[in-house]
Design a protein around this ligand. Structure first.
Ligand code: NAD
Ligand code: MG
Length: 367
């Protein structure tokens, strides 16, 4: 295997650190040549030393410069929020491949990413477990024979709480995810199911599927990650232990199943796999986000900005958990008015995102 030179954006995060474990296991295939971490400068310096990396960015440095450096072949985008959009597009335009963990990139800029890279494949490699699952199920299949795809959802940290108590949920409770250990933004988005709605939007852009052919099923064990139903009724599913190192490695190695640090699945120990339909009444944000996505680019840009604002304010104790859906609705309205173009250019996306975040009360950034 030729050595792939890798830039990791967000190397100190949950995905970033697990990616470093994958790199360590494959010295013949992967070498880190650039990395970033916004905070924890000492940890960034230690990682750079351990992996012999000279190109390092901390704070709010220019991630596009890292992502387009000449000694980079593949960029792992593992920073949360809209901040991932500019470096992703820059990398693709510079001819790099991108392994995409960040969700907002496709949520607000899916049309731009698709224009630059097409759908999932060598140049645009999904890292999220559900989209990795679809990628694996669709390998060797014909797109025109796919009837529908299904993404599974654990239900998040609050799935067993009575709906009436959601108003009093504390950040600590909302951050306690039952099956995955992840960064703050994605864990809180899992509590509201904004995360799963984002994943539906990602699947739309990655696989060119209309929204009415992408379903979501609750599956508390997080073992079946995704399913594909074909026109003849045959269904393929992708299973694995809930361990992000497996899909991270599959993306970084480019659709290879080599031995690595990921856990293997013990179905006898798991005992059972449960599925149930999603109760949309319990997760109002899910519908708000998908209605926005169906209604147009402006509304979904507004929802994304509002969600970043909502999470900042919820963590600061300024916004009750059950007020998040209303803030997202306001974001969708503001976005639809600010951006009327069906396929807005990057500058218009960033401008609307900034304005709506400021309007809805977010301090800058998450993480
Ligand atoms: P995290 O919060 O653990 O780590 C984020 C990393 O990005 C850190 O290195 C941080 O310093 C850096 N960062 C934060 N804000 C930044 C900004 N504004 N600009 C530049 N750098 C910034 O997050 P994570 O859980 O590793 O998730 C990273 C991305 O991957 C998110 O978009 C998330 O939705 C996605 N994702 C994560 C998981 C998971 O299991 N953790 C699974 C699927 C998808
Ligand atoms: Mg996921």
């Amino acid at each position: 295997m030729a050595v792939t030179r890798l830039a990791i954006l967000g190397a100190t995060g949950s995905i970033g650190r697990q990616a470093l474990e994958v790199v360590r296991a494959h010295p013949d295939a992967l070498r880190v040549t650039a990395l970033s971490g916004r905070s924890r400068a000492a940890e960034v310096a230690r990682i750079a030393r351990d992996f012999g990396v000279a190109r390092v960015a901390t704070g709010d440095a220019d991630l596009a410069a890292l992502a387009t450096a000449p000694d980079v072949d593949l960029v792992l985008v593992a920073t949360p929020g809209v901040a991932g959009l500019v470096p992703t597009l820059a990398a693709l335009e510079a001819g790099k491949s991108v392994a995409l963990a960040n969700k907002e990139v496709l949520v607000v800029g899916g049309h731009l990413v698709r224009a630059a890279a097409g759908g999932a494949g060598e140049r645009l490699r999904p890292v999220d477990s559900e989209h990795s699952g679809l990628w694996q199920c669709l390998a060797g299949e014909r797109a025109d024979e796919v009837k529908r795809v299904v993404l599974t959802a654990s239900g998040g940290p609050l799935r067993d709480l009575p709906a009436a108590s959601l108003g009093a949920v504390t950040p600590e409770e909302a951050l306690r995810h039952p099956t995955w250990s992840m960064g703050t933004k994605v864990t809180l988005d899992s509590a509201t199911l904004v995360n799963k709605a984002y994943e539906v939007i990602e699947a739309h852009w990655l696989y060119g599927l209309p929204y009415d052919r992408i379903d979501v099923l609750l599956h508390p064990q997080s073992i079946v990650h995704a399913l594909v139903e074909f026109a003849d009724g045959s269904v393929k599913a992708q299973l694995g232990a809930p361990d992000m190192r497996v899909p991270i490695q599959y993306a970084l190695l480019g659709e290879r199943h080599r031995p690595g640090p990921g856990s293997s699945l013990d179905l006898a120990a798991a005992g059972r796999l449960d599925f149930r339909a999603l109760d949309r009444g319990r997760y109002p944000c899910f519908g708000v986000v998908l209605d926005a996505a169906r209604s147009g680019a402006g509304a979904v840009i507004g929802v994304s900005a509002a969600d970043e604002a909502a999470i900042e304010r919820f963590l600061a104790g300024e916004l009750p958990f059950d007020a998040i859906p209303e803030l997202l609705r306001r974001g969708a309205d503001l976005g639809a008015r600010a951006v009327t173009d069906a396929a807005p250019p990057l500058a218009a996306i960033l401008r609307a995102d900034n304005e709506i975040r400021a309007r809805l009360g977010a301090p800058v950034g998450v993480g």
